[in-house]
Design a protein around this ligand. Structure first.
Ligand SMILES: Cc1cc2nc3c(=O)[nH]c(=O)nc-3n(C[C@H](O)[C@H](O)[C@H](O)COP(=O)(O)O)c2cc1C
Length: 497
């Protein structure tokens, strides 16, 4: 009997966590899946990575392969015509602009989103039968309909949704699976006298693919895991799903890389100004709650060791989700020299990570590697001229248009301060707010060139706090100073020689 996608997932002890932007594009998830564990493509920002790789000439030909397999050729062609540069982009030339996500995406934006998430999943799944999921951050809402459809066209094996209450995903996935109109309500903040509310985005997949072509793909419906930090978020998702049970959870601790959940209620700061979580009480992940729910779950955050895996299994989890150790690996999308430095610094005891309450415009705490020359350094941060031209972390707000009609505007706390204030943003939110979009693109070697500054965008590196795994992977380092994703898996499964 053929196992369902969920059944196969439940039998998987290691999930490689989705890592945006482009850290887990397709090579890393594929490497993980080839070793029998589950790889997760980062859906967030895939539609930024693809057009920039096309402008770099699609050097390895991978996007051309995805294009050839894409079931809606005219959409892929639209992206190709706009962004592909056969000879690659000339040095010190700006990448072409990418339309920013909003509530009324034009055709090119929709094509970019659908094709890019298809491409990432398709390439990660190419040539094997292992499990490949896609990770999306709930809070980055406007692109979800298109990102989800693209991933499903590539027969994605699961969704993993974090950074927010993702209870709208299962219905959206189900609607797309039946090729029906799907919708996603995006949050809209108050403004111009209007109360906060929601705006319903809808998309009819039949406008881009016929039922016949869709059925020919033979897609199996993917399960959806929710990434949460405490039972509180899980309960909100359960409530939102109105009696339908979620497929499972990833329970992520505060030491995990990327964005973290905010501590609940009032919380103290340590002497570096980082939030202090009360893990005994209000911020307790309470694994027993998840075990008693009877739904599959994995434990994420400082879980890269055989002992952590055993502990997770003892607590009733299916296994662990790992990010940081994979992000340093040979197959991750982070620039080679950044990874080499991370491994060296880590082994030399010079690696440190700061949990910032202000850096991410999402409002979630965000972990930044404390490395000179990156946006963590105050001078680098202050020298950067503010610009918002990617816009993934913008929030929607109500406003009146020229004719006095209610409409939606978009703002980001890291955009030029006058612009943000002009859109009703609060000055406090701009302090220490980092352009995460441009910074993370720079870290994977696709940073924008700024003519006015005469340089590329500075990098922003995120990582978890726990790097103890390095001691155990030290003897696996190759001439490039790195280990492979397979070495991480062997170590955690206790298979390392
Ligand atoms: C470089 C990096 C980027 C990340 N980006 C995302 C992301 O886009 N979405 C997400 O849900 N989690 C993200 N994470 C979290 C991982 O998916 C994973 O859950 C976490 O790293 C596990 O903890 P660990 O870092 O201690 O292994 C990121 C982590 C890292 C290190």
């Amino acid at each position: 009997m053929r196992l369902t996608k969920l059944n196969r997932l439940i039998n998987t002890q290691i999930l490689q966590g989705g890592m945006g932007v482009g850290v887990s594009f397709w090579k890393l998830p594929r490497a993980v899946a080839l070793r029998g564990q589950a790889g997760t493509v980062s859906g967030t920002g895939a539609a930024l990575v693809v057009p920039r790789l096309l402008q770099e000439g699609d050097k390895d030909g991978s996007i051309a392969r995805a294009k050839a397999a894409f079931p809606i050729p005219e959409l892929a062609q639209m992206v190709w015509d706009r962004y592909y540069h056969e000879d690659g982009i000339v040095q010190n030339k700006q990448y072409k602009s990418i339309p920013m996500p909003d509530h009324e995406p034009k055709e090119l934006k929709r094509a970019l989103l659908i094709f890019s998430s298809f491409a990432a999943v398709y390439l990660a799944k190419e040539g094997h039968k292992g499990l490949i999921g896609i990770n999306l951050l709930e809070k980055l809402q406007a692109p979800h309909l298109y990102e989800a459809l693209g991933a499903m066209l590539a027969d994605v094996d699961f969704f993993a949704v974090g950074a927010g209450i993702g209870d709208q995903f299962p219905k959206m996935i189900d609607d797309f699976y039946r090729l029906e109109v799907a919708s996603y309500n995006i949050d809209v903040k108050s403004g111009d006298g209007y109360d906060p509310g929601t705006y319903e985005m809808t998309f009819d997949p039949k406008t881009v693919i016929s039922r016949q072509d869709f059925q020919r793909l033979g897609i199996e419906k993917p399960p959806c895991l929710f990434i949460v930090s405490t039972p509180l978020a899980a309960k909100a998702i359960l409530r939102g799903m109105k009696g339908v049970l979620p497929d499972g959870f990833v329970v992520e601790g505060d030491r995990a890389g990327g964005h973290n959940a905010r501590p609940r209620g009032d919380f103290p700061l340590n002497d570096r100004g980082e939030p202090v979580y009360n893990l005994e009480k209000k911020d307790n992940p309470d694994y027993e709650y998840f075990r008693d729910l009877g739904l599959p779950f994995w434990i994420a955050g400082e879980s890269c060791s055989p002992e952590a895996l055993q502990r997770a299994l003892d607590l009733g989890a299916c296994g662990v989700q790992i990010g940081t150790a994979f992000s340093f690996s040979r197959e991750s999308g982070i620039l080679l020299e950044i990874k080499q430095r991370s491994v060296r610094d880590g082994l030399d005891g010079k690696y440190d990570v700061y949990t910032s309450l202000t850096a991410s415009p999402t409002g979630y705490p965000f972990k930044m590697v404390m490395r000179k020359g990156t946006l963590w350094e105050l001078k680098v941060y202050e020298d950067r001229i503010r610009i918002c031209d990617i816009g993934y972390l913008r929030e929607a707000f109500w406003k009146k248009d020229k004719n006095g009609n209610k409409t939606i505007g978009w703002r980001c706390s890291s955009e030029p301060i006058e612009d943000y204030l002009g859109k009703g943003g609060q000055i406090e939110k701009t302090v220490g707010s980092v352009c995460v979009c441009n910074g993370l693109m720079a870290t994977i070697g696709l940073g924008q060139y700024r003519k006015n500054e005469g340089r590329r965008e500075p990098q922003l590196i995120t990582s978890g706090d726990d790097i103890r795994f390095l001691q155990h992977l030290q003897d696996k380092l190759g001439p490039d100073g790195l280990y492979g994703a397979g070495d991480v898996i062997d170590y955690v499964l206790g298979l390392a020689a």
